[in-house]
Design a protein around this ligand. Sequence first.
Ligand SMILES: [Mg+2]
Length: 344
Amino acid sequence: MISMPLQPVPEVDEILSTAEAVALPMRTRFRGQTVREAVIFQGPAGWAEFAPFSEYGPDESAQWLASGIQAAFQGLGAPLRTAVPVNATIPAVSPSRVEAVLARYGEAVPAVKIKVAEPGQSRQDDVDRVAEVRRLLPRAALRVDANGGWSIPEAVAALGDITQAAGGLEYAEQPVAGVEPLARLREQLATAGLEVPIAADEAVRKAEDPLRVAQLGAANLIVVKAPPLGGVDRALDLVRQAGLPAVVSSALDTSVGLTAGLALAARLPQLPFACGLGTVTLFDGELVDEPLVPVSGTLDVPTQSGQICAPAPVPELMQRHRITGPRRRWWFDRVRAAHQVLAS
Ligand SMILES: [Mg+2]
């Protein structure tokens, strides 16, 4: 059992008094949606975001609200580093499209995450895509992300072929679904003499998960996101308890919300891998003047007086992307429901 650290919860009216619901258009469909909606609010420590995915209920959403409350009311803390390395991402495209996707990320890309195990595609499709990335970037660290799409035997076979095509993999992210299957896969990889580090991503969503992954030896490292784990301080604590290296990833946040992920990456005592925080490029619209877009494979950590702080939204941009009517009420009701969980 993991205890919730006691953080004062402001009144819900105080949160809602500055809140706006917004919808940012996306360049590509994500979770079946072409817009990403969020509530943006402000407290004495800065701007914050509340954007649990629409199917999440009050208990899960409460973690996201706790994360926003930390950003707005307690602050995101002081960084241990001024910039964070960020990976490029190659979706499950054909090899001929890889070069164009990589071109968006500029010259210096420290690491590339390549999507694999896409439904309807073959192992050879994955191998060809990875080989093309390696051809174009002989020195970048390559990792694959299967989103839990393989069975254990499929993962063993695919990771063997892909490791060969890549000339070594940095790690494989969630090759199979769940925590126990990851542990079994690691045993089978060891038996097969395949040394591929395994990262748990989808298996780490709730506060209990990092410790379970560590206890079962299910992964070499964990992928963590600040909002679903209840905010930066809580996520730091969970990573410390798990005792595994962590890669920080975005929850498809706007530049305001992404600052929490960036704060987590900037405050981890060790950060051995590039992070999955280059996601603002997926939006076709912004709320801030200087979006958190990586330059040469790094994101600068935004600070104010030495404390990590989200860039302030621009009123005209907030106005442009504002949601009104019943959908706005629906979002505000979600804030109230999540707040009730936190306050009880
Ligand atoms: Mg992943």
